[in-house]
Design a protein around this ligand. Structure first.
Ligand code: APR
Length: 243
């Protein structure tokens, strides 16, 4: 097989809650994770929002406030991925399941938030998406259509279609390296990206995670450890030697 040079080699990186853990944000499925305290059907489904919008707003308002805490900043893992995008001569697409903004604060720009963004709100009546860093409530009005009580967090709930899937699958179909970082691999479609890449490309696949996951055997390579250690080390390796 003819090796393409680095300038033509494409990298797709998937991140999950684990990369933001050392920045002070909770994961979902760790022993102390969000879903150990909160019922996901209540706060992360369209049905939960219909039943009790105040509860859903309280949940995301608290997470938005936490994200605004000055102590919550990008860590060495986020910075290393921004460095990868700056220094790798080929395309680097970062796909995150996270709704925090720590990747962009670290400097990543070719970034897809497939599960939406905490600092945005959307009108369920007219679909207008707006920047939203304050609390959101049932009395807020849409600035575009004027509907009251239809503003919702711009996040993808269980049962809803993740965002930008056409762009993401296009990049997966053409990638040469697929990296999965800090995700338990429990939620589809992201959990299926590694098998998709293996089926349709000859890409190298690597998982970087604190601990093995049920999908670890799908990856050609697994590196275990905290994201602030293993991500900068892996990025350094790729930039100096490739894979
Ligand atoms: N460094 C690296 N990995 C870590 C760290 C760390 N410091 N801390 C925890 N992890 C790993 C955990 O071992 C776990 O495998 O991160 C993973 C986090 O998994 P989840 O909590 O399931 O988070 P995620 O995979 O992002 O969840 C996917 O589920 O409910 C939803 O919509 C939500 O986007 C989220 C989706």
């Amino acid at each position: 097989m003819v090796q393409r040079d680095a300038g033509e080699r494409r990298i797709v990186i998937l991140t999950g809650a684990g990369i933001s853990k050392e920045s002070g944000l909770d994961t979902f499925r760790c022993a102390d994770g969000i879903w150990s305290r909160v019922n996901l059907e209540d706060v992360a489904t369209p049905e939960g929002f219909s039943r009790n919008p105040e509860l859903v707003h309280d949940f995301y308002n608290a997470r938005r406030a936490k994200l605004g805490d000055p102590a919550v900043v990008p860590n060495a893992g986020h910075h290393a991925l921004a460095r990868m995008e700056r220094e790798w001569p080929g395309d680097v697409l970062l796909v995150t399941q996270n709704i925090d903004d720590l990747h962009e604060r670290a400097g990543s720009s070719n970034l897809m938030h497939m599960h939406g963004e905490l600092n945005k709100a959307r009108c369920a009546a007219c679909e207008q998406v707006v920047s939203w860093t304050m609390d959101l409530s049932v009395s807020d009005a849409c600035e575009r259509c004027g509907s009251v009580g239809r503003m919702r967090p711009h996040v993808v709930w269980f049962g809803e279609m993740p965002l930008a899937m056409d762009v993401i699958y296009d990049a997966l179909n053409r990638c040469d390296l697929f990296m999965s970082i800090g995700t338990s691999g429990n939620v589809y479609p992201a959990a299926g990206f590694v098998s998709h890449v293996r089926m349709y490309t000859r890409a190298h696949t690597v998982q970087l995670n604190l601990e093995p996951t049920s999908g670890s055997t799908m990856f050609a390579e697994t590196v275990l450890g905290p994201a602030t250690d293993v991500v900068p080390a892996y990025v350094e390796r790729i930039l100096s030697r490739g894979w």
